[in-house]
Design a protein around this ligand. Structure first.
Ligand SMILES: Cc1ncc(COP(=O)(O)O)c(C=O)c1O
Length: 389
């Protein structure tokens, strides 16, 4: 690699750019995690965080990645042999399903083409069929990071209610929380799974479960083995601002700052900013004459856009060219779309000029790699941004 000057453009769909304010908050001496100063910070962080999930209920926080929070959601609420309804919407939905299988759950998998989200009509049909209420949980990914497809959580909730089915609703919001409108309480979600490294603008290392009263009741009956991920000791320690084991002290300073930044901007404004950058990106892609992986405009993601490469052109080669020449990282195609798509992350701490730079890097990379495309994508995006401010 040639010597890189200037800032690296981290335009993968998470981990995202960490704002200076958050970096400065983390850059402090580590304190005693059993002392009064820590207790105060932790209680404050856990309380304000509820606003981001749009919940009044409990939020559990782990020193761990999002995968851990997936496991926590399953092992705290279910028992070996329980059935879960899951959907093959993309790479992350598939990984969650594999995990559920390894934990001893029976999975009722709805196959998918990785280009569309969960169909609420299928949810209603599957649950209506399940007269014996054998299905204990419906597990879905809100924003599928591998495809840029958003599933409609509120519509799935309504489908579960129409079927009059008692299954728990569990939602992975790892790449949507604090980027795309998400309402844990209003949408009747039982467990929300989240991570620190995307919309929350923090480094990787924290993950979360927001938990409904119904999920807490299910946890009392759950027979799945659990220890590190168990909610009960966590919730009782959290009451006094402590944790049953060593928490990520410095990330908590960062969390407090990141939540403050999001609330200063205002959640509706945060979502509108993401929508606007996503729309500008799609206008660029359309002007280039390239295809967006998501096929249903109602399901377009505001966190990222996955772009299909023209036949015979390798997305990973394009990403390598762009990294080498412009010091910008783009998201690779994951699982069965490897080499076929690349992903532009436009979430987290991001603004118009960062998007302009990102799209310019992509447009130049397409030209260098001799990918068949039309010029003018960047202009189309700039026109949109200038006209919609
Ligand atoms: C939607 C989604 N779910 C789960 C995960 C797994 O999270 P982690 O890599 O933090 O374990 C990711 C990671 O990118 C993701 O995007």
């Amino acid at each position: 690699m040639t010597h890189a000057t200037g800032k690296h453009f981290l335009q993968i769909p998470g981990p995202t750019n960490v704002p200076d304010r958050v970096l400065r908050a983390i850059d402090r001496p580590t304190i005693d995690h059993r002392g009064p100063e820590f207790s105060q910070i932790a209680r404050e962080a856990l309380e304000t965080l509820k606003q981001i999930f749009q919940t009044k209920g409990a939020v559990v926080m782990y020193p761990g990645s999002g995968t851990g929070a997936w496991e926590a959601a399953l092992v705290n609420t279910l028992s070996p042999g329980d059935r879960a309804l899951m959907f093959e919407t993309g790479h992350f939905a598939s990984l969650w399903k594999e995990m559920a299988g390894r934990l001893g759950l029976e999975i009722d998998l709805v196959p998918g083409n990785w280009r569309t989200g969960v169909d609420p009509a299928v949810v209603e049909a599957k649950l209506t069929e399940d007269k014996a209420h054998a299905i204990k949980a419906v597990c879905m990914v809100h924003n599928e990071t591998s495809t840029g497809v958003v599933s409609q959580v509120a519509a799935v909730r309504k489908a579960i209610d129409r079927a009059k089915h008692p299954a728990l609703l569990m939602v992975d919001t790892i790449s949507s929380l604090a980027s795309i409108d998400y309402r844990h309480d209003e949408w009747g979600v039982d467990v929300t799974v989240a991570g620190s490294q995307k919309g929350l603008m923090l480094p990787p290392g924290l993950s979360f479960n927001a938990v409904s009263e119904k999920a807490l009741a299910a946890a009392k009956a759950s027979k799945m083995p659990k220890s590190y991920w168990a909610w009960e000791p966590m919730l009782s320690s959290n009451k006094t601002g402590f944790f049953p084991y060593t928490p990520s002290t410095n990330l908590l300073y960062g969390l407090k700052e990141a939540v403050a930044m999001l609330l200063e901007e205002g959640l509706p404004q945060v979502f509108a900013r993401h929508d606007r950058h996503a729309e500008a990106t799609r206008r660029a892609v359309k002007a280039w004459g390239l295809e967006i992986l998501a096929t249903n405009p109602r399901e377009y993601s505001s966190s990222l856009t996955a772009i299909v490469m023209p036949e015979g052109h390798d997305a990973d080669h394009l990403r390598e060219t762009i990294l080498e020449r412009f010091n910008m990282s783009l998201g690779q195609g994951l699982g069965k779309v490897k080499g076929k798509v690349f992903r532009i992350g436009h979430l987290g701490d991001f603004n118009d000029l960062m998007l302009a730079g990102t799209l310019s890097g992509v447009e130049m990379g397409l030209a260098i790699d001799k990918v068949p495309f039309k010029r003018g994508g960047v202009s189309a995006a700039l026109d949109y941004l200038a006209g919609n401010h």
